[in-house]
Design a protein around this ligand. Structure first.
Ligand SMILES: O=C(O)CCC(=O)Nc1cc2ccccc2cn1
Ligand SMILES: [Mn+2]
Length: 246
C-alpha cells in the first residue's frame, strides 16, 4: 500500500542501512554505546509520537510507575517513576510504531551479521529475538530512574535500543538526561544522552553500562527494545526451568 511504500524508502531518504549498521558495529566495539540521530526523519518520527500520545491519553493503557521517594526539605515526597506499557506493534493505532520496530530490527540483524564477518564484538552474539516494545513515559514532576543495569544476571538480553520522541527537549529546562557510566571508560567519564526527538540509542544491556535517568520536569517519552543472544537466552531458560534461580 502507499503507506508501506513510503516506509520502505526511509533508509534511502535518511541514511542508507549500511552506513547506520557500520556505525553501530564500530561504536559498539569502541564505546559499547551508539547514538543514531534523525533515525526516521521528522514526518515518520512525528507519526510515531502521535501514536504514543494517543496511547498515553487512552485510559488504562499505561501502568503507573513504581513509587520513588525523594527527600526534599527532609520530608518524603513520593514521585511516580516511569509509566510503561508493552506492545508488539500489531495493536490498533500502532502501525507507525510497528514500522519503527521493524526498522530497528533491520539495523540490529544486519549489524549483527556484519560484525560476525568483521569479528566485531557485536559478532560474538547471535541475535535471534527480542522483547516486545516497552513504551515509557516519565510524567515530569521530578520522576526519574535510579542507577541500574538492565541485564545484571545473564537473562539473555545483549543490546538495549531506545528510541526517543521528545520534540525540542532542553535538558537544562526539562532534565530527563540519560547518564550512562560505561565500565572501563577512563577517568570515570560518563555518556550523557539527551532524550531528543528521533534519536535512536544502543548500548550493551549488561553490567558494562549502568545508567540512570535524571529527574524529568516535562513528560518524557521513549520506546525501548531489548535484543536477545540465542545462547545466553537458552541458558537462562534452562536455569529457570531447573529452578536454579534466585
Ligand atoms: O529512558 C531512558 O533513557 C532509559 C530508562 C531506563 O533505563 N529504563 C528501564 C526501564 C525498565 C523497566 C523494567 C525493567 C528494567 C528496566 C530497565 N531500564
Ligand atoms: Mn535501563
Amino acid at each position: 500500500s502507499l503507506q508501506h511504500s513510503s516506509w520502505s524508502n526511509v533508509f534511502e531518504q535518511r541514511k542508507d542501512l549500511d552506513e547506520i549498521c557500520q556505525n553501530l558495529v564500530q561504536d559498539m566495539d569502541a564505546y559499547g554505546v551508539c547514538v543514531v540521530d534523525n533515525f526516521l526523519g521528522e514526518e515518520k518520527g512525528k507519526a510515531v509520537l502521535g501514536e504514543v500520545l494517543g496511547m498515553y491519553n487512552t485510559k488504562g493503557v499505561f501502568k503507573d510507575g513504581q513509587l520513588v521517594s525523594r527527600k526534599g526539605s527532609g520530608d518524603l515526597k513520593t514521585i511516580r517513576g516511569d509509566r510503561i506499557t508493552w506492545i508488539n506493534g500489531t495493536e490498533k493505532y500502532c502501525n507507525n510504531i510497528k514500522q519503527l520496530i521493524s526498522q530497528v530490527d533491520a539495523v540490529v540483524v544486519r549489524a549483527n551479521k556484519m560484525a560476525m564477518a568483521s569479528s566485531g564484538k557485536l559478532g560474538m552474539y547471535n541475535i535471534d529475538s527480542r522483547t516486545k516494545a516497552m513504551v515509557a513515559c516519565y510524567p515530569g514532576l521530578g520522576s526519574h530512574y535510579v542507577k541500574h543495569v538492565d541485564n545484571p544476571n545473564r537473562d539473555g538480553r545483549c543490546i538495549t535500543a531506545i528510541y526517543y520522541l521528545n520534540l525540542n527537549w532542553n535538558v537544562k529546562k526539562s532534565g530527563g538526561l540519560l547518564r550512562i557510566f560505561p565500565e572501563g571508560w577512563l577517568g570515570d567519564k560518563v555518556a550523557d544522552i539527551e532524550p531528543v526527538f528521533d534519536r535512536l540509542l544502543f548500548f550493551w544491556s549488561d553490567r558494562r553500562n549502568p545508567h540512570e535517568v535524571q529527574p524529568a520536569f516535562d513528560t518524557r517519552y521513549a520506546i525501548t527494545l531489548w535484543y536477545f543472544d540465542a545462547i545466553e537466552r537458552k541458558e537462562a531458560r534452562q536455569r529457570y526451568e531447573t529452578g536454579r534461580h534466585s
